[in-house]
Design a protein around this ligand. Structure first.
Ligand SMILES: Nc1ncnc2c1ncn2[C@@H]1O[C@H](COP(=O)(O)OP(=O)(O)OP(=O)(O)O)[C@@H](O)[C@H]1O
Ligand SMILES: [Mg+2]
Length: 321
């Protein structure tokens, strides 16, 4: 098959979370070639005519969609599947509607609440209604992923939320909100489409090893993007709850499949959870088209299920028909 690996335009001086797209794109193309397909890489162009010309040039039969945004803005990632659908070419992953519904975190949370899926309480500017002085909050980006702005100072008392949100907006731009900080265990649950049905991959717990007492236990920006950092070296993935804690595993898997249907997800997705003091999984966020680099959490979970990287990538392409 002729597959076009379509990625976001990445400037040479782009931050690591954008560079990651190119690493993934090269690895995906390599994996497809290893399975006997033809694979070419191209940066997304934001016009119907330009896109049609690209698809024709490479005699494209399927697009592997790695468009994560335009000019580094994730909320425009939905334009790629929208244009591809309009053209009528098959593409991997979730459609535009699913991307829109999960890109804006407060909107995603409202949708989950309405569907009865547990997610921590939250508050939004300008009135910050609902902040509760008895709890701590994490101030996070409403409209971007990749732990932007998540450092040791992002977890604050309720009274400090508005000031932190304003400081974050001035430093990193974008929209910010506050979510009740859930101290408990963290899990990443990958879901892969197999024969059109959601298939839950082995679930990874994120362990915070030898963590300083005065530092919040979060997978922040340094943990994700600076391999040399203490945060990165001390966050460790561990598999095995399916075997040892089957009730928790069943609850997480059930929730992830509910979200798959709620947001019309396709191909692959990852849901991030924290488990609260009552043992109930609380959804932090839903990631359609999550990072698919060979060392990323999704590929590692697939490997844990016995799928090699090239099998995983080929499976994603075959599932889009
Ligand atoms: N309500 C919360 N309670 C506790 N920790 C949280 C909460 N929200 C976020 N975190 C921590 O911050 C990390 C990043 O948050 P989240 O997954 O919501 O944002 P993101 O920037 O979109 O991440 P990703 O790169 O996974 O897409 C989480 O993995 C978790 O460690
Ligand atoms: Mg996350």
């Amino acid at each position: 098959m002729h597959v076009l690996v379509l990625h976001s335009e990445v400037e040479p001086d782009a931050p690591p979370e954008e560079m990651d797209t190119l690493i993934a794109a090269r690895a995906v193309a390599e994996a497809l070639r290893a399975r006997g397909h033809t694979a070419d890489l191209a940066a997304f162009v934001e016009s119907m005519a330009g896109l049609l010309a690209l698809l024709a040039e490479y005699r494209t039969e399927a697009v592997f969609n790695l468009v994560e945004g335009l000019d580094g803005q994730g909320r425009f990632a939905c334009i790629a599947p929208l244009l591809l659908a309009r053209i009528g070419v098959s593409y991997t992953g979730t459609n535009a509607a699913g991307l829109i519904a999960t890109q804006d975190k407060p909107l995603t949370k409202r949708t989950m609440r309405a569907a009865g899926i547990a997610t921590p309480d939250w508050a939004e500017p300008p009135d910050w209604r609902g902040l509760d002085a008895r709890h701590r909050y994490i101030v996070k980006r409403a409209d971007e992923d990749s732990s932007i702005g998540l450092d040791d100072a992002c977890v604050v008392a309720a009274a400090e939320v508005p000031a932190r949100a304003e400081a974050s907006r001035l430093r990193w731009g974008g929209a910010w909100f506050a979510e009740r900080f859930v101290e408990g265990r963290e899990f990443n649950v990958g879901v892969l489409s197999r024969g059109g049905e959601p298939y839950v991959l082995p679930m990874a717990e994120m362990l915070f090893e030898d963590w300083p007492a005065d530092s919040p236990r979060i997978v922040g920006y340094a943990a994700k993007w600076d391999e040399e950092s203490r945060e990165s070296r001390h966050t460790v993935r561990k598999f095995g709850i399916e075997l040892h804690e089957s009730a928790l595993a069943t609850a997480l898997a059930g929730s992830a499949c509910d979200l798959w249907r709620l947001f019309d997800l396709a191909g692959f997705a990852r849901v991030d959870y924290r488990v609260d003091a009552e043992g109930k999984p609380q959804v932090l966020e839903v990631n359609p088209n999550p990072c698919i680099a060979p060392d990323g959490g999704f590929a590692v979970a697939a490997a844990e299920a016995g799928l090699s990287y090239s099998e995983l990538i080929e499976c994603l392409v075959l599932e889009c028909f």
